[in-house]
Design a protein around this ligand. Structure first.
Ligand SMILES: Nc1ncnc2c1ncn2[C@@H]1O[C@H](COP(=O)(O)OP(=O)(O)OP(=O)(O)O)[C@@H](O)[C@H]1O
Length: 298
């Protein structure tokens, strides 16, 4: 049984040729949760993932990892005790291309103190990754699946998937999400899913970190974030009247019925007024909030 790790960053900045990819980030990733690391292309997700995993050094500020069998806070960079407990899976795979899959698995099992060989075998079967094929001969999707197998079977107390599953087709991604949830329930650990496919992963996430141009836009439990908006459904004219004055995130129409997504708190008096007017109030989708907060186009 592994013990989940806590991650903190203090004023974390990483620059490339003087240009900040991460700009003074103060974060805390609570242990034993599934965190979404969300941001548009170039927002700094991969840089943050690599810095948390100790692949990259910070220019200013620091990353601290603590809890579990690590105890007191330690920095991951050039720290083998920490990095053996942190598994970062990137889309590139980071595997040597010339060796067969089974060699890569042997290497992973030697490096990972919580490796579960039975789980690795089961996942390889489910994703149909051939053991004897050289990694460079695998299709992009199967290479991604190998990354996912290693990431899950490592059972690392901090596991980060940096868009590692994007090369997989939809059925394989759905299998990944199912296997991740099942194994996380059995062996809770701190999971970070970096993605811009917000709609696909939103049901799994407990907390989100949203980055934009290297800056922290928000860090929040998903429910609290969803509570920052609402969808109002009902006859179009009534919806329009009710939502006048709110910031509108999106609108959809089906015949005379309209659904408008708004930002802002709806207090109990307003909710009662909406119900009396025959309107239905629902939760706002994470994707809509993400688009609004980052100025992205859906
Ligand atoms: N090795 C590098 N050298 C120079 N600039 C880099 C390097 N890696 C990242 N950057 C820059 O840092 C910024 C953040 O990039 P990063 O890859 O972390 O973003 P991302 O959110 O993961 O993007 P994507 O979703 O497109 O993968 C970008 O402006 C990128 O061009």
């Amino acid at each position: 049984m592994t013990t989940a790790l806590t991650v903190r960053t203090e004023e974390l900045s990483v620059r490339f040729a003087g240009v900040p990819a991460l700009d003074r980030l103060d974060l805390r990733l609570a242990p034993g949760k599934i965190h979404g690391l969300l941001g548009r292309n170039g927002s700094g997700k991969s840089t943050l993932a690599a810095t948390l995993a100790g692949f990259r050094r910070s220019d200013v500020g620091r990353v601290l990892i603590e809890g579990g069998d690590l105890g007191a806070a330690q920095e991951p960079y050039e720290n083998a005790v920490v990095t053996s407990r942190v598994c970062l899976i990137r889309e590139s795979g980071d595997f040597p291309g010339t060796v067969p899959v089974k060699h890569a698995l042997r290497l992973a099992s030697a490096l990972r103190p919580y490796w579960d060989a039975d789980l690795a075998g089961d996942l390889l079967d489910r994703f149909e990754v051939p053991l004897n094929k050289r990694i460079q001969k695998l299709s992009r999707g199967k290479r991604s699946a190998l990354g996912v197998v290693v990431g899950l079977a490592s059972r690392a107390p901090l596991t980060i998937f940096d868009e590692s599953y994007l090369g997989m087709d939809v059925p394989s991604r759905n299998l990944f999400y199912d296997m991740l949830l099942a194994d996380y329930t059995e062996v809770p650990r701190t999971i970070v899913l970096s993605t811009h496919l917000v709609g696909e992963v939103s049901a799994m996430l407990e907390e989100v970190v949203i980055l934009d141009k290297g800056r922290l836009v928000t860090q929040s439990p998903v429910d609290a974030l969803r509570g920052r908006g609402a969808s109002i459904v009902g006859p179009a004219a009534v919806v329009d009247e009710f939502t006048a004055g709110f910031t509108v995130l999106g609108e959809e129409r089906l015949g005379g019925t309209k659904s408008t997504t708004v930002l802002g708190d709806l207090d109990p008096a307003l909710l009662a007024q909406a119900a009396a007017a025959g309107l239905e109030i629902g939760q706002v989708g994470l994707q809509d909030l993400f688009v609004h907060l980052t100025g992205a186009q859906s």
